[in-house]
Design a protein around this ligand. Structure first.
Ligand code: PLP
Length: 361
């Protein structure tokens, strides 16, 4: 049987009865937006992250946008973002009229470089968005020395732990995505902002719902971005499995790390306990390795092929010097990683990678 790159379909199959029941429960309950299921999931997930409040929103991108606005970032302000991440990190900044300033990343752990954050800070810089890339915690304690509000982009880091605590608990607020491929996901779009700051929680609640506390009376110019009851019901079922799924991912990552340590492959340095959202290797022979793995029916992806400062959409924010991000984009390759990979699949990935280097040497 062909191996899947991720377990979106397999996860559903493993819980289909419970998920179908949860969906039916919402449909017959008559409450579809901002109801008890969203509230329960907000409380559960905020607690899991080590924070006081969760605000369910429409997507991870919206969690970033709403988080930035709640922190007080205004049009024209600058926000530091890593050059190696999903475009959504910087899109969120631009979407509220602020300017993303691209900062280079580490060649070892692939996360934003704290020293460069200090160098890029100006009087216009109003926030930093460190990303826990591929689930690996960013160096938030060092980044905090810049003295700027931190909005964690924890879209890929549900359940990752660092020496400063759980991802999502350190910054003024943190944005999560529940996009179908994430470690904790729904079958559609969804996201959450978590925070222990009462003001940010209150403002974010207004922002996601037309700026309203009571119906038909807007206090601020909000938007419509609400996690709905159906997705929250699905997420509550999946959430019960998150720790177990993360344990399986970590066991697979451990096997990959052991099997690859003598090969000429770069591996993401471990800054904490990743949830192993993605398992990424680096090699100057990336494209050849990828073609060889394709011949072996081992699916791979590239996260990410182009650094943000080289993408057309961000040209208006001017040039940036991010040589590490550029080098990584030419070398990164994501191997199959999910909670439903069989030991035989893991063995086949390892064998195929070894075979490639045996032929190459
Ligand atoms: C690092 C990162 N930030 C933000 C997002 C945006 O999340 P969403 O797709 O839910 O808007 C994603 C998801 O693709 C992501 O990987």
């Amino acid at each position: 049987m062909n191996m899947d790159f991720n377990d979106v379909r397999l996860r559903y199959e493993s819980l289909s009865d419970e998920i179908d029941d949860a969906i039916r429960g919402v449909l017959s309950g008559g409450r579809y937006i901002l109801g008890p299921v969203v509230e329960a999931f907000e409380d559960e997930f905020a607690r899991y992250c080590g924070t006081e409040k969760g605000i369910g929103v429409g997507s991870g991108t919206d969690a970033l946008k709403i988080g930035l606005r709640a922190i007080g970032v205004r049009p024209g302000d600058e926000v530091l973002v890593p050059a190696l991440t999903a475009p959504a990190t910087a899109i969120a900044v631009a979407a509220i009229g602020a300017r993303p300033v691209f900062v280079d990343v580490s060649l070892t752990d692939f996360n934003i470089l704290p020293d460069e954050c200090l160098e890029r800070k100006t009087s216009r810089t109003k926030a930093i968005i460190p990303v826990h890339l591929f689930g690996m915690p960013a160096h938030l304690k060092k980044i905090a020395k810049a003295g700027l509000p931190i909005l964690e982009d924890a879209a890929q880091a549900q359940g990752s732990d660092a020496n400063w605590g759980r991802c999502g608990s350190f910054g003024l607020a943190a944005a999560f995505s529940f996009y179908p491929t994430k470690n904790l996901a729904t079958y559609g779009d969804g996201g959450m902002l978590v925070t222990s700051d009462a003001m940010i929680a209150e403002t974010s609640k207004l922002l996601r719902n037309y700026g309203q506390r009571e119906n038909y009376s807007s206090k601020i110019l909000g938007e419509n971005s609400r996690l709905d009851e159906l997705h929250a019901a699905i997420l509550r079922v999946n959430f019960r499995q998150l720790d177990e799924w993360n344990r399986r991912r970590r066991a697979i990552a451990e096997k990959y790390r052991e099997a690859f340590h003598e090969l000429p492959l770069g591996l993401q340095a471990q800054t904490g306990k990743s949830n192993d959202h993605l398992f990424v290797v680096t090699t100057p022979h990336r494209d050849q390795l990828r073609s060889y793995l394709e011949e072996c029916n081992v699916p791979t992806l590239i996260h990410y092929p182009v650094p943000l400062h080289r993408q057309k959409a961000f040209a208006e924010f001017g040039p940036a010097r991010c040589p590490n991000a550029e080098l990584l984009c030419s070398r990164v390759l994501s191997l199959p990683m999910h909670a439903f990979l069989l030991d035989a699949d893991v063995g086949r990935v390892i064998e195929s990678v070894h075979e490639f280097f045996k032929r190459k040497m």
